[in-house]
Design a protein around this ligand. Sequence first.
Ligand code: PMV
Length: 323
Amino acid sequence: MPAFTATAPAKIILFGEHAVVYGRPAIAIPVTEVKARAVVTPAIRGTQGSVHIQAPDIDLEDDLSHLPDAHPLAATIRQVLSALGVPRSPACIVRVTSTIPVAAGLGSGTAVTIAILRAYAAFLGRPLSDERVSELAYEVEKLYHGTPSGIDNTVITYAMPVYFQRQERGSPLIETFRVSQPFSILIADTGISSPTSTAVGDVRKAWQAELERYEALFDAAGEIAHTARQLIERGSPDLLGPLMDRNQALLQQMGVSSPDLERLITAARSAGALGAKLSGGGRGGNMIALIPAEKAEQISVALKNAGAVRTIVTRIGDRGAGE
Ligand code: PMV
């Protein structure tokens, strides 16, 4: 019996973070240059029902039966067994590795979940549709994130840009959309870890104190996300640069930028980026820049000189969904 392999990309928020919490649209895109990978191999001499998990990146090597229900890797495998109505797994080894930086707003946990869902279901002879993969990944996320928005599992499952908007009632609007002309985004990490929940909480307090001003900032960010989607679909990605700059100005006014982010953003623009902004919760974490592909190396060097601990260049729209 052969090994079954599946990979899943990382993700970033391109436009609309924070405003999205208040019902405005946001856009997330896949980052296919870094990946989580799951390989499921039959264990010829293993006993029926034994699933051996190897996750060298987190120093984990154990049997599924030894892991608590809440463990994300165990929860993922159990989720597949129950979704497919398989009472006992054929003996196998599930090996998980990932090149996605962890705790950096890049969706590494979700990508690992999705790679396992796909590889393990295929091993069981019951490959899952994208829709089912996204649904099951959402269920696993709920176990350790409480109330995830649903954007991460969608963008990572489909490996396509996602337009997302919370609705006043019911489930959010989540639409994948196509890229007519590919474009390049450079991601640079400030190396400063900043919990998204703190930034989100501070924005909430500021919004309560200055309702009108914040509502206007959120409206403007929502408009930008809306326009950006049209530009990406219609094939004018170069025009996204000024939109990134405008979104960054709004995020700064919301109070979620930081001197480290500003330094990297300024360095990217001076080195030839067409626009730049923070991505995700802010106050640290990553900044992103729209760049001409041929300047990737030069801008990357400029960002490292300005203090970036890591850069990733990703091309959006060159590949189809998944792998
Ligand atoms: O850093 P990330 O990718 O988890 O993004 C956070 C985005 C926020 O809008 C700030 C919060 C949220 O829940 O949407």
